[in-house]
Design a protein around this ligand. Structure first.
Ligand code: FAE
Length: 570
């Protein structure tokens, strides 16, 4: 087995990185403060908080928690971060540590309250209102089981944790809430191959990234690898079986590190703790085990005493006054999605971390409406889906994947060094609760195609332009790999899982990247061209494809950039 995507060391330890790492006392205090601050002034408290029930009976009417009432904010902060995903969370922590008063603004809720079933998040099998951001129905990426539309269900509209944005030929999945995508993602924390990193970001010093910023990001996010004990359990039968098939077809596989705590998973499997990854929890949030940003960076940021968090509040627009001060128009919503307050706030330094789609939209709106007309024409360009391509394979009856499957992938087929078929295909779970004779792969391919965004003034939003043929390179590369895989293992492609009844899904992405590229729309540290003290800090900086799952790179780049900015711009 190769370990090409494995970090240089297993970062299970909480060894201090630069400044701080691990769950420190300050982070603990920050987490308490985060909750206390969010609850302060709450006008309604859900029944679930007063009287949490360990398990709800069929006779109980399910009630999601009422989101915390947002805290009051001052009219001015030295710095503001928009969003609370990886880029913003890193930035807020480092600003807070430097003693700079900072406001974090997040349109979603703080996910720390129990609903009437005694849980914060719902699982994938019994999804409810908590699953989706104001939708009437869930939109699971795998919508059918063996041809039957058994997965999705009608739900009440609610500020849930997973959102989808639909464009022509492409649907983008996103996390909503304090922690952004870290709340819903599969936790895979992968360092890109250095040669590919140097190809896509040739002007970002790779030595610095690989020696300093990736290790810091790994340490802060508690990246670890599956233990042999856990991997040998029933919950990874699906992965062991696919790995054996991959080897039989002559492919290498590699370890896929994760921020899910595999010691916790071992305790789940032993029946000693409340299960999460082994109980079908992932895309709608994990109740335990996963190091999402609300467990590390964000509480540490608030723990500095300099960072304030405002939830349920969307940044609608940005302007700049003659004195260089930025003004943000804000809209605060209630649980029904109604705007209950419009207010504005000002700052000297503005960091945009609203994610690839959110940041690009805010900047395009500002440029196209004339609010920030000097922003670069590059904004909106260079969008990519990280080559995402899902494949479903039908196994012969003697190749069992198991009814029990952990939600966290831990191994991948690594064919990246084959120029004819550059594919890194993670062995994904398909936790249906029954034997499905099906293997699923989330392939990341080297698709050079790029889309672009335009601002629609009538709808006041952006449109993504991604043509029907732009996923073809992903198809071609994945087909080469899985044709060979199937042939060696008596497998074939499985239809009936995805929308459109193809054995693959090229119409959605979990990994939108680009739109505000480093070195094009910004300088090499995320400073937006045309304006002082205005920065992009998230996935929109990355040019469309990073060859592996992106959040570790977003985190490491944000660490690198804010380090420079704090020294030179403040
Ligand atoms: P992101 O995490 O998207 O955070 C942006 C935040 O800004 C969100 O909380 C938004 O609600 C908020 N926001 C947006 N607009 C506004 C506004 N106007 N006002 C206020 N707030 C706003 O940004 N990546 C991996 O590396 N490994 C994985 O295993 C993995 N699995 C995934 C699985 C799923 C289902 C999904 C959806 C994504 C997955 N990803 C994974 C992708 C990863 O989560 C994503 O690249 C990062 O979260 C992006 O980080 P950003 O800092 O760019």
């Amino acid at each position: 087995m190769s370990s090409t995507h494995k970090p240089s060391q297993n970062n299970k330890s909480t060894k201090a990185g630069e400044n701080s790492s691990g769950m420190t006392r300050r982070a603990f205090l920050g987490r308490s403060a985060m909750t206390a601050a969010a609850t302060a002034g709450a006008t309604t408290v859900s029944l679930a908080v007063i009287s949490p029930k360990a398990e709800a009976g069929w006779w109980d009417v399910f009630e999601p928690a009422t989101p915390h009432t947002p805290v009051s904010i001052a009219p001015y902060y030295t710095a503001i971060t928009v969003g609370t995903g990886y880029g913003s969370s890193v930035t807020a922590l480092r600003l807070g540590e430097a003693g700079i008063d900072t406001l974090m603004i997040e349109m979603g809720q703080l996910w720390d309250q129990l609903a009437s079933d005694g849980k914060v998040h719902c699982n994938m099998i019994n999804a409810d209102a908590r699953s989706m951001w104001f939708k009437d129905r869930t939109e699971a990426p795998v919508s059918n089981i063996l041809g039957l539309p058994l997965v999705d269900r009608n739900i009440d509209r609610y500020p849930g944790v997973l959102d989808t944005l639909s464009y022509d030929n492409m649907k983008v999945y996103l996390g909503r809430g304090v922690g952004g995508g870290s709340l819903v993602n599969g936790g895979m924390a992968v360092v890109p191959k250095r040669a590919f990193f140097e190809e896509i970001l040739p002007d970002v010093g790779a030595d610095d990234m690989y020696d300093r910023w990736y290790p810091l990001a790994q340490s802060m996010l508690h990246v670890n690898s599956v233990t042999d004990e856990v991997y040998e359990s029933d919950y990874y039968q699906f992965s062991r079986m696919a790995e054996t098939c991959a080897h039989k077809a002559g492919f290498q596989t590699s370890d896929v590190p994760n921020v899910y705590d595999f010691d916790y998973m071992a305790e789940e499997i032993a029946g000693n703790v409340e299960p999460s990854a082994t109980a079908n929890e992932v895309i709608y949030g994990n109740n335990h085990g996963k190091q999402s940003l609300d467990k590390n960076y964000i509480p540490q940021a608030i723990g500095t005493g300099n960072v304030t968090l405002r939830t349920m509040t969307r940044v609608a627009s940005i302007t700049q006054g003659a004195n260089g001060v930025y003004t943000l128009q804000l809209e605060t919503i209630n649980v029904a999605g109604d705007i209950v307050e419009r207010l504005s706030v000002q700052c000297r330094y503005l960091f945009l971390g609203a994610g690839t789609m959110g940041t690009t939209e805010l900047l395009m709106r500002a440029r196209e409406t004339g609010a920030l007309p000097a922003l670069s024409d590059e904004i909106g360009q260079g969008w990519g889906n990280n080559g995402n391509f899902m494949v479903s394979i039908a196994n012969p009856l003697w190749k069992l994947t198991g009814a029990k499957q952990s939600g966290m992938p831990v191994r991948g087929i690594d064919n990246w060094d084959d120029p004819e078929a550059q594919v890194f295909a993670e062995i994904a779970p398909f936790p249906a609760g029954i034997e499905t004779y099906t293997s699923l792969f989330l392939a990341i391919t080297n698709n050079p195609e790029r889309g672009y965004m335009t601002y629609d003034a009538t709808a006041d939003n952006v449109r993504l332009h991604w043509g029907p043929d732009q996923s073809q390179p992903s198809f071609d590369a994945a087909k080469k790999v899985f044709d060979r895989y199937n042939k060696a293992n008596y497998c074939h492609y499985r239809r009936g899982l995805f929308e459109g009844n193809q054995p693959y899904a090229d119409f959605f992405t979990y990994h939108p990247l680009g739109g505000c590229l480093l070195g094009k729309a910004t300088d090499l540290y995320g400073r937006l061209k045309g304006y002082d003290n205005l920065y992009t800090v998230d996935g929109s900086l990355i040019p469309g494809n990073v060859g592996v799952n992106p959040f570790l790179t977003i985190t490491a780049l944000a660490e690198r950039n804010i380090h420079k900015i704090l020294r030179e711009d403040f």
